[in-house]
Design a binder for this molecule. Structure first.
Ligand code: F6P
Length: 366
């Protein structure tokens, strides 16, 4: 059997554990050796002490646990070739030449580069006598499969990233809680949600909570939004509503590209309407807590699919991302997914929002 390594990297998300569990168990089922690589790329760079041989029992009881039991880190060192060289050395020494990377944009971009450089890294290691000829030969080819774990749902080539559904549940629980106290005091609440440059969490949370207004980066409001917003809120009050909920994505911008902050929105509402307005910034609460059933199942499906993809990989296989498209697992060339994600950032910066949204979708020519 092959030797696999699995790691989680970048910002954590619920469902990472369910994914790790599926990878370990599918790997073992297929007769592979599976290493849990702790602390993401950093763990790979720091070496052997972070490589734990996975067993069936080592991933028991974690399917619903938020976070990632194998740890995660944002790793600047891996951005340097010298860091990647250390990581390659440690993997070759352990005989790990099949990797499943679970993470977001940065993680998968790093994986793409690692795969591209692999041969030259091994050449350099052999030249410096850091690995033996035997280790060189046995690890000549690196197979990589990526899975997107992120609460932001901002990755190209998959309908849903693992963690988004759980984060959404967390947001909705918080809004439901806020609503009861807002009702008592006839207050307006400005709720700020995460998502980086993606408005998915804010939009979906707004739909699921009857919010009065939603600010998202992909749809900057009209230039005179302040008037329109106040009229809208006032209209609801006149209709008998005792509270208002306004949702602000952390990446929200106006039509000039300037950030729309919760603080500013609060100021507009309280000064113009004289409504008692409060801000709640949900922050990392969104990234924690129990994993939703959807994310558990998604992690199980994509995790096991990733192992199957590795089993089918051969020497020349390009790295893939395993996503979900129309509720079916789909394979996207990693390079393409990374390129498209870059194109989204460019389109967003150029205010080409329709293009950005289309690019983010799962459908690829296959
Ligand atoms: O990508 C996930 C995310 O939670 C974003 O929504 C947010 O902008 C960012 O990570 C926060 O990063 P950190 O946890 O490093 O503060």
């Amino acid at each position: 059997g092959r030797t696999l390594g699995v790691f989680t990297s970048g910002g954590d998300s619920q469902g990472m554990n369910a994914t790790v569990r599926a990878i370990v168990r599918m790997g073992l089922y297929l007769g592979c050796k599976v290493y849990l690589i702790h602390e993401g790329y950093q763990g790979m760079i720091d070496g052997e002490k972070n490589f734990q041989l996975g067993s069936w029992a080592s991933v028991s009881g974690i399917v619903g646990l938020g976070g990632t039991i194998i740890g995660s880190a944002r790793c600047p060192e891996f951005r340097e070739r010298s860091g990647r060289l250390k990581a390659a050395r440690n993997l070759a020494k352990a005989g790990i030449n099949n990797l499943v990377c679970i993470g977001g944009d940065g993680t998968l971009t790093g994986a793409d580069l690692f795969k591209k450089e692999w041969n030259s890294l091994l050449d350099e290691l052999l030249e410096k006598n850091e690995i033996t000829k035997d280790e060189y030969e046995k690890n000549k080819y690196l197979n990589i499969v990526g899975i997107v774990g992120s609460i932001d749902n901002d990755f190209c080539g998959t309908d849903m990233t693992i963690g988004t559904s759980s984060a959404l549940h967390r947001i909705i629980e918080a809004i439901d809680a806020i609503v009861t106290t807002a009702f008592s005091h006839q207050r307006c609440f400005v709720m700020e949600v995460m998502g980086r440059h993606c408005g998915y969490l804010a939009l979906a949370a707004g739909l699921a909570s009857e919010a009065d207004w939603i600010f998202i980066p992909e749809h900057p409001p009209e230039p005179d939004w302040e008037n329109i917003l106040c009229k809208r809120l006032q209209y609801h009050r006149l209709a008998g509503h005792r509270l208002n909920i306004v949702i602000v994505a952390e990446g929200a911008i106006d039509n000039q590209g300037n950030p729309i902050t919760s603080e500013y929105v609060k100021k507009v509402i309280s000064s113009r309407l004289k409504i008692d307005t409060r801000i709640t910034i949900l922050g990392h609460v969104q990234r924690g807590g129990a994993t939703s059933a959807y994310d558990r199942v998604l992690g199980a499906r994509l995790g096991s699919e990733a192992v199957l993809a590795l089993m089918m990989s051969h020497n020349e296989s390009p790295p893939f991302v395993i996503g979900i498209n129309g509720n079916q697992p789909c394979y996207i060339p990693l390079v393409e997914a990374v390129e498209r994600t870059k194109a989204v950032a460019k389109a967003m910066a150029a205010f080409e929002f329709k293009k950005a949204i289309e690019l983010r979708g799962a459908s690829f020519e296959r």
